[in-house]
Design a protein around this ligand. Structure first.
Ligand code: HCA
Ligand code: CU
Length: 392
């Protein structure tokens, strides 16, 4: 018996991601990114509305024609003009969005709940009749009074949508609030539920996980979390979170492709992979303090909750710094074919610490020191002025 897929990933890099201040992808980049997302295994690829620009429409049609395994969707306003433009692109799915909070009702589209439902009933039937998958998302759902949110959710489900989206548009919800709201909507409707969480309060990944645990079936991500302001739930962050709790939930994705995917988007968006990115951050698997390296060398799981090799990454044991411990020094020596034990090891470690207090030694200098201590067990350290600002 095959197990049901626990959740589906809706990747919004080519929609929300392009709303990141630094991102303006060219057509060939959009196609390359769509292919890479498909190869990673995301289930849905969301694209910018075809009414945004001529290239957006051309690229949506081109991506829809690639024959990807992933479902291709365009993200549009809930109006017939956009809906017909979406159908003209030949996409599999249409993601409708409309603000339901008092703030957006007043300052965005100016309609009350009755007006929102009227717009939905104009747009949803022709899309369904054309054979499209349809998702209706309540923008700013977490500032929408619960009664009104449930009214909209039940009404659009009645119109036949395949999925209802709840967006934490201003990134202010907490995991508890997300759990409660998703659970209430889960009780009120039978269709699939999608969650889209912004990161303004640094809870996007936690909120997305809470949404899944409370019954959301579709989770929005972007590569590196890029999006409006400081973005949304990062694909890598969600993979890390899932692996820590339910590794089987992500086993169908090509996890070893994540570093290349993150690098692709970083380059296209003109940024570096952030130092604190889960999994692909440059030092995500670097161990430094002596206490840590001793235990990691004995068993990596002592300070690692995620195995770097699952993502094709390697752990690093840093020795070129003052916090170094003798186990790490011995390990580095061993990897260089140098046998360093007992008193010589102690002295080499002390010399390294004393040196690093003044300047971080280069890998070459470290090697020279280790050799010198191994060959001259009574030597009290080596002097050098070589400086490397990155401990290695
Ligand atoms: C936007 C807002 C949105 C929509 C999310 C959704 C949000 O259109 O830019 O369609 O579910 O965060 O509310 O990204
Ligand atoms: Cu958003």
């Amino acid at each position: 018996m095959t197990r049901p897929i626990p959740f589906q990933l809706v990747d919004c890099t080519l929609r929300e991601g392009e709303q990141f201040a630094g991102a303006s992808f060219r057509s060939e980049q959009r196609l390359q990114i769509a292919r890479a997302l498909d190869a990673f295994g995301v289930e849905v690829i969301e694209l910018t509305s075809p009414v945004a620009s001529p290239a957006a429409a051309r690229d949506a049609a081109a991506i829809a024609a690639l024959g990807l395994r992933a479902q291709v969707a365009v993200h549009i306003r809930c109006c017939t003009e956009d809906a017909f433009a979406a159908l003209a692109c030949g996409v599999d799915a249409v993601h409708l969005v409309m603000g339901t909070s008092p703030e957006l009702r007043q300052h965005s589209h100016g309609r009350d709940i009755g007006g929102i439902l009227a717009a939905a009933s104009d747009v949803i039937p022709p899309l369904l009749a054309a054979g499209c998958r349809v998702r209706f998302s309540c923008e700013d759902a977490f500032r929408t009074p619960m009664r009104e949110l449930l009214r909209v959710a039940q009404a659009v489900e009645g119109m036949g949508v395949h999925r209802i989206g709840l967006a934490d548009t201003v990134g202010a919800a907490t995991p508890d609030e997300v759990s409660q709201r998703i659970a209430s909507v889960r009780q009120a409707v039978e269709c699939a539920i999608e969650f889209h969480g912004h990161n303004d309060g640094d809870c996007a990944v936690a909120n997305t996980w809470a949404a899944y645990r409370a019954g959301a079936t579709h989770l929005d991500v972007t590569v590196l979390g890029i999006g409006e302001r400081n973005g949304i739930c990062a694909l890598g962050g969600l993979m890390a979170r899932a692996l820590q709790s339910e590794p089987e939930a992500v086993s169908r994705y090509q996890l070893t492709q994540l570093p290349d995917l993150d690098a692709l988007i970083a380059a296209a968006a003109g940024i570096s992979i952030p130092f604190n990115a889960c999994i692909t951050g440059p030092h995500a698997f670097a161990h430094k303090a002596g206490l840590h390296t001793k235990a990691v060398l004995s068993n990596p799981a002592s300070y690692e909750s995620i195995d770097p090799s699952l993502f094709g990454r390697q752990r690093e044991i840093l020795v070129g710094h003052a916090l170094v411990g003798r186990h790490a020094v011995r390990d580095r020596a061993r990897s260089l074919g140098i046998k360093l034990e007992g008193e010589a090891l102690q002295r080499a470690t002390r010399s390294l610490k004393a040196l690093a207090d003044h300047a971080l030694p280069t890998p070459l200098l470290i090697e020279q020191m280790l050799r010198q201590h191994a060959e001259q067990p009574s030597a009290e350290g080596v002097q050098s002025t070589t400086i490397n600002h990155l401990p290695s």
